[in-house]
Design a protein around this ligand. Structure first.
Ligand code: C2E
Ligand code: CA
Ligand code: CA
Length: 811
C-alpha cells in the first residue's frame, strides 16, 4: 500500500473524533483550535488560562523556542506534581501559519522506562559488586552453562588457575578451560551433577607446573553446584574450587607422625603409655610386660589405676597441671607388687586433640644399685658394720641429742690383742674370719640402739646411748671381755684374740666427736699397756703424755720428709794401744734429730714414739742407708775403712724380708756387707727366737757383722746365745759406769768378757769414761772400747777432724 492509494479523510472528520489529544497552535503559542481529548489531557488546559502556563518554566521555554522556529518538532515535556508527562509531536503547517500538534500522555511509559533504567543501574552495580566479591573470595568460582558447558562467569582466581583471565575465559568450554584429560577425569562427577541435580564434591590433585622451582602441586576440593532458580535446577552450574593443600599437608603430616609414633612405640624398650584425659588409649608391649597386663586389658582404664596408691595423688596433680616433666613414681604390677619407675610426661598434639604420652622407665635396678652403693659407702665390706665415715656422721647428731636431753653416752674404742700375729702367721683370710667373728660377737652384746663401727684393721668403735652411770658401761665392758675372745692356733701355739677397750664418756671426757674418739683411743692404749683383755676409762693425766706422743708422732713423720734427721758417729777403738786406746776399728752410727724448735734431739726423745707408731721402720731404713752412704764416702775418700755399726729397732728386725731390705740397700749404695755392722739387743733376739737364727745367718752371709748391744741387762740364756750366729757382745754401759768401785759390776764385766772369749766372740765395752776403766777393761781382755774417753758421738765432719787430730797425735 502506498500514499497514493490512501483514501482521503472525510471532510467532516472532526478533531474530537481523533483517538488522541490534538491542538492547533500558532508560533506565538496561541491556541487556535483543540479537541476535547486535548482539554482533558492536562487539568490546566481545561481552564481558561493560557495553556502554556500548565508547564514549568523550563518546559515553557523549550516549547516557546520550538514554536518560534516554525519547524516540525517533537518534545518530551515532563510533568510536575500531579501533571502528566506529555509527548508532543508538532507539524508546521505553513499554509495555516500554525502547528498541528498531537499530544500523548507518556507518564506511564516514562515511569516504566525510569524503573527499567534504575533496575539496569542496580543490576550493573550488583554485577560489579559480585565481581569484586568473586575476585576476592579465597576460592575459585565459575559458572557454566549445563548444556553447552561454556563458561558464563569466572572469578579472577579461577581464570588464572587455568592460565586465562576473567574476560578471556568467557564463552570457553569446560574442556578448553580445564584441559581434555582433566575433563575425562572429572566427567563422572559432572554426569552425576547432571543426573541427580545435587551438589557434587570431589578432591583433585593439580600437579605443580614446575616442581623444580618449588612450585608444588596443589590439592583442591571441587564443588559442582546446580544452579537453582526458585528451587528448580536451571541449565547451569557453579564450580567452586577450594585449595585444601594446607589441610592435606597437615593431614598427611599427622598421619605420618602417627605412623612414626607407632613405630617408635613398638621399637622402644621403655614402656610408653598414651592417655586422653586420664584414660589409657594405647600402651606398647614393654609396658604391658612390665605391668603384667595385655593391651586390651589396659586400654580404656584410668591411668591412675596403675599408680601405687600412696603416689596416686602426686600423679593426679601432674596430670591436672598438664606439665611436662620427669619424676619418680611407682606402678602396680598385676600381682600387686610395686615397680619403681621414672615417668617422663609429654603432651602431644594428634589430629587436633591433646594426647598425654608417658614414658615409663623401670628404675628398680638403678635404685637397687644406688642402695648398694649407699650401703657400701656406709658399711665395712668385710663385717657389714658401719664404716668410720658413717659412724662419724651419726655420732655428731647423737651427741647433740644427748646434750639436749641431758643424757650421757659412752664411746668404746676396741683394739684386738694378738690380731697382728694372727694375720702375719695365718694370713689375711684367717685374719678376716677372726674379724667377722669378733664383729658378730660385739653386735650380740649391744642393744639395737647402740652404734658399732669398724674403723679399719682390728679397731672397732661402739657408741652406747642412754648411759646413766659407769656401772651401765661396766656391764657392757664385762660382756665384751667375756664374749669377744677368739682362740686361734698360730705358730704352733694357742693364741687368744681379745679386746683392749678404751672408754670415753660424754659429756665429761669430751663434747665433740673427734675429741671423744681420740680420748677413747688413748684410753685403749692405756688399757693395752696395762695388760691384754683389759679396759680403761679415759684419764686426763695419762692422756697428757699420750698427747705429747701424738704431737711428736706427727712431727716425726714431717721431720723424716723434711730431712731433719742426721747421723752422729762415735768411734770404736782397739782396747790395746795408747792411753786413748788403740787403732780405730769402727764407728757407731747414732741417730739425731735437728728439731726445728727444740734443737738437736737424741734418740731417747723420740725413738719410743717412733716405735709405737710404726714410724721406726721408715726411720730405721733411712739410718741404714745413711750409714751405708757414709761408709762408702769414707772409704772412697780414704778417711777410714772401718765398719759402721747401725742400731736396729725391734720393729725392723721383726719385719719379714728384713735381710732382703738390707741387701737392697747395700746393692743400691754399692758397698760390701763388711762395711756395716748391726747392733741388736738381747731382748730383740729373745723375742724373735724362732726366726732370729735364719735372719742373722742371712745377714752374716751378706758379710755384715752382728753385735749384741747392751749385753748383760737382758736374761739371754747362754744356751741360746751359743746357737746364734753372732760376732760381738757389747757390755752394757751401766756396768762400765760403776767400774772400778763396784765389785758386782766388775765381777759381771769380767764374766762377760770371759764368756765371750770362750764362745769365740769379740767383746766391746761401751761408755768408757775414765782411764781407770780403760785399763781394767784392757787388762781383763776386752777387745774394743767406746765412750767419752775415746770420743763422743760426733757429726761426720767432726768425726773426720777428730780422726785427723788423733792420727797426728798418735801416728
Ligand atoms: P746405744 O746403742 O747403747 O748407744 C750408745 C749410747 O750411749 C749413745 O746414746 C751414746 O751417746 C751414749 N754414750 C756413749 N759413750 C758414752 C759415755 O761415755 N757416757 C755416756 N753417759 N753416754 C755415752 P744416744 O746416742 O743417746 O743413743 C741412745 C740409744 O738410742 C742408743 O743406745 C740406741 O739404743 C738408740 N739409738 C741410737 N741411734 C739409733 C738408731 O739409729 N736406731 C735405733 N733403733 N736406735 C738408736
Ligand atoms: Ca748401740
Ligand atoms: Ca749400748
Amino acid at each position: 500500500m502506498n500514499d497514493a492509494t490512501l483514501p482521503s479523510p472525510p471532510a467532516e472528520l472532526r478533531w474530537d473524533e481523533l483517538p488522541c489529544a490534538a491542538s492547533l497552535i500558532g508560533p506565538q503559542a496561541q491556541l487556535l483550535q483543540a479537541n476535547a481529548a486535548w482539554q482533558s489531557l492536562h487539568p490546566a488546559f481545561a481552564l481558561g488560562v493560557t495553556w502554556l502556563q500548565a508547564f514549568a518554566a523550563a518546559e515553557r521555554e523549550q516549547l516557546s523556542q520550538a514554536l518560534g522556529r516554525e519547524q516540525d518538532f517533537e518534545l518530551l515535556l515532563p510533568g510536575h506534581g500531579c501533571a502528566p508527562d506529555l509527548a508532543c509531536r508538532a507539524r508546521w503547517l505553513s499554509a495555516r501559519q500554525a502547528f498541528a500538534c498531537l499530544w500523548h500522555d507518556v507518564s506511564v511509559q516514562r515511569r516504566q522506562e525510569q524503573a527499567a533504567q534504575a533496575q539496569a543501574q542496580a543490576l550493573a552495580l550488583q554485577a560489579s559488586q559480585m565481581r569484586l566479591l568473586a575476585d576476592n573470595v579465597p576460592a575459585l568460582l565459575a559458572f557454566y552453562d549445563a548444556q553447552t558447558f561454556r563458561c558464563h562467569f569466572a572469578n579472577r582466581q579461577y581464570a588464572q588457575a587455568f592460565g586465562l583471565d576473567e574476560r578471556s575465559i568467557l564463552g570457553r568450554s569446560f574442556s578448553e578451560v580445564i584441559g581434555a584429560d582433566a575433563r575425562l577425569l572429572v566427567q563422572p562427577q559432572v554426569d552425576r551433577l547432571l543426573r541427580e541435580r545435587v551438589t557434587v564434591s570431589y578432591e583433585r590433585y593439580l600437579p605443580g607446573s614446575d616442581p623444580a622451582r618449588g612450585e608444588d602441586g596443589r590439592w583442591v576440593e571441587v564443588s559442582l553446584i546446580p544452579h537453582l532458580v526458585d528451587g528448580i535446577p536451571s541449565q547451569a552450574c557453579f564450580v567452586m574450587i577450594n585449595d585444601i593443600t594446607r589441610h592435606r599437608v597437615a593431614e598427611i603430616a599427622a598421619r605420618e607422625s602417627e605412623a612414626r609414633l607407632q613405630k617408635f612405640m613398638q621399637a622402644s624398650v621403655e614402656g610408653i603409655l598414651f592417655h586422653r584425659q586420664g584414660q589409657i588409649s594405647d600402651a606398647n608391649p614393654p609396658l604391658c610386660r612390665l605391668l603384667g597386663y595385655s593391651l586390651d586389658e589396659m586400654v580404656g582404664r584410668a591411668a591412675l589405676d596403675f599408680v601405687v596408691e600412696d603416689l596416686r595423688e602426686q600423679a593426679a596433680r601432674v596430670m591436672a597441671e598438664r606439665r611436662e616433666l620427669s619424676y619418680e613414681s611407682a606402678l602396680l604390677h598385676r600381682d600387686g607388687s610395686r615397680i619403681s619407675v621414672e615417668l617422663i610426661v609429654r603432651t602431644l598434639e594428634s589430629q587436633g586433640e591433646q594426647l598425654r604420652m608417658t614414658i615409663v622407665r623401670d628404675i628398680r635396678d638403678r635404685l637397687a644399685a644406688q642402695a648398694r652403693i649407699q650401703h657400701l659407702a656406709h658399711h665395712d665390706a668385710l663385717t657389714g658394720l658401719l664404716n668410720r665415715a658413717a659412724f662419724m656422721e651419726q655420732l655428731g647428731p647423737a651427741l647433740q641429742l644427748a646434750e639436749s636431753r641431758e643424757r650421757r653416752l659412752a664411746l668404746l674404742f676396741i683394739d684386738l690383742d694378738n690380731f697382728k700375729r694372727v694375720n702375719d702367721s695365718l694370713g689375711h683370710l684367717e685374719g678376716d674370719k677372726v674379724l667377722t667373728t669378733v664383729a658378730e660377737r660385739i653386735t650380740d652384746c649391744l642393744r639395737s640402739t647402740d652404734l658399732v663401727a669398724r674403723f679399719g684393721g682390728d679397731e672397732f668403735v661402739i657408741l652406747l646411748r642412754d648411759i646413766a652411770s659407769r656401772e651401765d658401761v661396766m656391764v657392757v665392758l664385762m660382756a665384751l671381755l667375756a664374749v669377744v675372745e677368739v682362740p686361734v692356733l698360730a705358730d704352733g701355739c694357742r693364741l687368744c684374740v681379745t679386746p683392749s677397750i678404751g672408754v670415753a664418756m660424754f659429756p665429761e671426757h669430751g663434747g665433740r666427736p673427734e675429741e671423744l674418739i681420740q680420748h677413747a683411743d688413748m684410753a685403749m692404749y692405756q688399757a693395752k699397756a696395762g695388760g691384754r683383755a683389759n679396759y680403761q676409762f679415759f684419764d686426763a693425766e695419762l692422756a697428757r703424755h699420750a698427747y705429747s706422743d701424738l704431737v711428736l708422732e706427727s712431727e716425726l713423720a714431717q721431720g723424716l720428709e723434711r730431712g731433719e734427721f742426721e747421723l752422729f758417729f762415735q768411734p770404736q777403738v782397739a782396747a790395746l794401744g795408747g792411753e786413748q786406746g788403740g787403732a780405730l776399728i769402727g764407728a757407731e752410727a747414732l741417730l739425731r734429730w735437728r728439731h726445728p724448735t727444740r734443737g738437736l734431739l737424741g734418740p731417747d726423745a723420740f725413738i719410743d714414739v717412733a716405735e709405737r707408731h710404726r714410724l721406726m721402720v721408715k726411720l730405721g731404713e733411712w739410718v741404714l742407708r745413711a750409714a751405708a752412704l757414709q761408709a762408702r764416702d769414707w772409704r772412697e775418700r780414704g778417711v777410714a775403712a772401718v765398719p759402721i755399726a747401725v742400731n736396729l729397732s725391734r720393729m725392723q728386725f721383726r719385719l719379714d724380708g728384713f735381710g732382703a731390705a738390707v741387701a737392697r740397700v747395700l746393692d743400691e749404695v754399692g758397698i760390701a756387707g763388711e762395711c756395716l755392722e748391726l747392733e741388736l739387743t738381747e731382748r730383740m733376739l729373745m723375742d724373735e727366737i724362732a726366726s732370729a737364727p735364719a735372719t742373722l745367718s742371712a745377714l752374716r752371709a751378706l758379710g755384715l757383722g752382728v753385735s749384741v748391744d747392751d749385753f748383760g741387762t737382758g736374761y739371754t740364756s747362754l744356751a741360746h746365745l751359743t746357737q746364734l750366729p753372732l760376732d760381738k757382745l757389747k757390755i752394757d754401759q751401766s756396768f762400765v759406769a760403776k767400774l772400778p768401785e763396784d765389785g758386782g759390776a766388775a765381777a759381771i764385766t769380767r764374766a762377760i768378757i770371759q764368756m765371750a772369749r770362750g764362745l769365740g766372740l769379740h767383746v766391746s765395752a761401751e761408755g768408757v769414761r775414765t782411764l781407770a776403766q780403760r785399763r781394767l777393761l784392757a787388762d781383763w781382755g776386752c777387745d774394743e772400747l767406746q765412750g767419752e774417753l775415746i770420743g763422743p758421738p760426733m757429726s761426720a765432719a767432726d768425726f773426720e777432724q777428730w780422726l785427723q787430730q788423733r792420727s797426728s797425735a798418735f801416728p
